[in-house]
Every structure is written in C-alpha cells, then in structure tokens.
Write a protein that binds this ligand. Structure first.
Ligand SMILES: NC(=O)c1ccc[n+]([C@@H]2O[C@H](COP(=O)([O-])OP(=O)(O)OC[C@H]3O[C@@H](n4cnc5c(N)ncnc54)[C@H](O)[C@@H]3O)[C@@H](O)[C@H]2O)c1
Ligand SMILES: [Zn+2]
Ligand SMILES: [Zn+2]
Length: 339
C-alpha cells in the first residue's frame, strides 16, 4: 500500500509498504478515504514541531471505512464509516485517572509521536474509531478532529448560552471554535488581521468581526459588551500579545482559554487576574469530544461550509504540501483524497 512519509524536514515521499494486519482481537482495519492537512503537519514538514520525531507518516485528521474487524470488536462492523480519534495514553497517570487522558504524561498522537493516517490502510484499536452515518459526505466527516479541538476549547471555557465569547484568530482552528460556540448559543466576536478570513467567519455565524490592524481592539470589545468585557476569551492565535490581550478584555468572573504552544513569555500582571477573579485554562487536543462532534455531524449541524478549499489526490501529495506552504492566503483546509 502507499503511505506518505516525511523522512526529514522539507522532504516528503510516497512509499510502498506492506498493508498492516489485525493482530489483536480488539483491532479494526480501516481503508482510509480522506486525510486533512493541518498546521501541525506543516510544522512537522518544516522541522518546527518539537514533539515530532522522524521518519514520520503524518496525518491525524482521518476518515475511512472499516473493512475488517478483530474477533472481539463490538463497537463497529465491516462497512461502517468512521473517524479516527488520534490519541493513545497510559490510563495510569494522574491526568488519565482524572479523566484527562489528552494530557497523559505518555500521550501519543497519531501522526505526531507515532505513524499516522496518511496511508491507504490503518489498523487501530476499536476505542479509537467512531462511527459516522454513511450518508455523511467524506469531506464533512474528515473535519471531525478539528471540530473536537473547538469542542474542547469551548468545554474548557465553559461556554454557555447567552455568554459573549471573543475568539482571537479566524484560521481553521478559530473557525472550528466559532462553530462550536455558536452551537452553544453564545454571541461571538472574532478577530483576525486578514479581512477575507473575517468575512468567512461572518458567513459561519460570527456576530462581530474585528481587524486589530484597523481599529483599537480593546475599546471595541468594551464597546460591544457595554463595558463588561468578554465572558470567555479563546486565543486561537497564540502569541505573547494575544495572551496579554485575552486577560485585558476578559470580563470579571470570566474565563481565558489558551490554544497556542508558544514558548515565549507574556507580560501578565496578577492584578487583573485577581481583581476579575479570572480562570485561565489551557486546551489541548480533546477529551470525550468525539461522541458529541459525531452526533453534530450526523445531525448536519456541523458542516464545513467552505472551510475545505482544496483537495488533492494521493499522487499529488508533494504538490499539496507545497501549495499549502506557498498559498496560506488561499488555503483554509486542504484534504488528501484516497480513493
Ligand atoms: N491546543 C490544541 O489542541 C491545538 C490544536 C491545533 C492548533 N492549535 C493552535 O491553534 C492556533 C491556531 O491554529 P490555526 O491552524 O487556525 O492557525 P493559522 O495560522 O491558520 O491561523 C491563525 C490566524 O490568526 C490570525 N492572526 C495572526 N495574528 C493575529 C492577531 N494579533 N490577532 C488576531 N488574529 C491574528 C492569522 O491571520 C490567521 O488567520 C495555533 O497556535 C496552533 O498551534 C492548538
Ligand atoms: Zn490538526
Ligand atoms: Zn496517562
């Protein structure tokens, strides 16, 4: 079978490797249909993902069809359409025992720490596959994993109906957060330095859009919220400045959610945190969000609505990575089609 391998930074190869076989009774064999290219795949390609090791078969946004099951598999059957939950964990550490296996001390992400889904077939534990209605288009199903990132961020921020949520960044992750915040019934303000991305956010339900290069963001947030500030601020940009701004524009009793992996420190005083009694929380990958997201996909309440802008066949994967690299202004999400 064919597999897409990044042997070292800035190289990409399509390899012929043996098709994997089911070895455990709880495993399933999946024929891969679609794999999304994510910012973190691009970081692995550029050699800038500190967690990844090489050589690596990338891909963690994956949808496919079950073609064989182990003798003790009950959750799915042959022919089922599935999306893949890309994490495995130890089950023993404090985080795992606290119900937060996404931050397990040994968490292993499919396509980052271990080989992922950019290959024609994959063997996975049944725990890692979630069944999607067969009538849901593959191009919709493949978005499940990015939506779970949005679902996790809104869960960590405790977004509820009637809250005002301010999302910084209208990239693919900001848009996934936006979709989930709207499903929760929040009023959403979103910022981006690109007006085209703000326009797309509007088409996807944003109530207010702000370009911080054009208006004073802080005063605009206070103006929109009648001087209260945003109840939940979700940072889907991840710079020291956006973190500082999050704390400044959060309302009293508000929540700030970070999604970035930036190692540069921010300058944040204790005063606003204590005075407003803010809750500052990280959001990484997801815990228990696939069930919810798959249900929303099945109900057609989550649709990509133009978030996927480009599709490439497996034979053009090199061109796909190069295109995404050179045209960030044109690409929201690119997907590799395995047919
Ligand atoms: N925690 C997680 O589980 C997780 C998962 C995936 C991605 N991420 C992180 O989420 C962030 C967003 O990911 P993405 O794929 O959407 O990235 P992206 O680079 O495609 O999008 C970021 C957007 O932010 C905009 N932007 C830049 N500076 C800004 C500013 N000062 N104010 C407002 N907008 C600004 C850019 O124009 C762009 O549209 C990244 O930091 C990524 O590492 C986190
Ligand atoms: Zn991703
Ligand atoms: Zn663990």
């Amino acid at each position: 079978m064919k597999a897409i391998m990044i042997p070292e930074a800035y190289k990409i190869e399509v390899l012929d490797i043996p098709q994997p076989e089911i070895e455990q009774e709880n495993e399933v064999l999946v024929k891969i249909k679609r794999v999304g290219i994510c910012g973190s795949d691009m970081h692995i390609y550029h050699g800038t993902n500190p967690l990844a090791t090489y050589p690596r078969i990338v891909g963690h946004e994956v949808a496919g069809e079950v073609i064989k099951i182990g003798s003790n598999v009950n959750k799915v059957a042959v022919g089922d359409h599935v999306v893949i939950e890309p994490i495995s964990y130890c089950g023993e550490c404090y985080a795992c025992k606290s119900g937060r296996p996404n931050v397990c001390k040994e968490v292993s992400v499919f396509g980052v720490h271990e080989d992922g889904g950019m290959k024609e077939f994959a063997v996975l534990s049944e725990r890692q596959v979630h069944k999607v209605d067969p009538e849901i288009d593959w191009d919709e199903a493949v978005m499940a994993e990015p939506y779970t990132i949005g679902a996790q961020a809104t869960w960590r921020g405790n977004v509820k109906e009637g809250n005002t949520v301010f999302i910084q960044g209208a990239g693919p992750i900001g848009i996934c957060v936006l979709k989930m915040a709207k499903i929760h019934g929040a009023t959403v303000i979103i910022s981006d330095i690109t007006n085209e991305r703000l326009e797309f956010a509007k088409e996807n339900g944003a109530d207010y859009t702000i370009n911080p290069n054009e208006v004073d963001l802080e005063s605009k947030i206070y103006e929109i919220t009648n001087d209260e500030g945003a109840n939940i601020v979700i940072d889907a940009v991840g710079t020291p400045q956006t973190f500082e701004l999050s704390v400044n524009v959060a309302s009293a009793a508000g929540n700030v959610v970070t999604l970035g992996f930036n190692a540069k420190p921010s300058s944040i005083a204790q005063l606003p945190v204590t005075k407003k009694e803010l809750t500052i929380t990280g959001s990484r990958l997801q815990t228990n969000q696939f069930g919810k997201v798959v249900q929303l996909l099945n109900e057609k309440k989550l649709t990509h609505n133009g978030l996927i802008t480009h599709k490439f066949p497996l034979s053009e994967v090199k061109e796909a990575f190069e295109f995404v690299e050179k045209n960030p202004q044109l690409v929201r999400k690119a997907v590799i089609v395995f047919d």
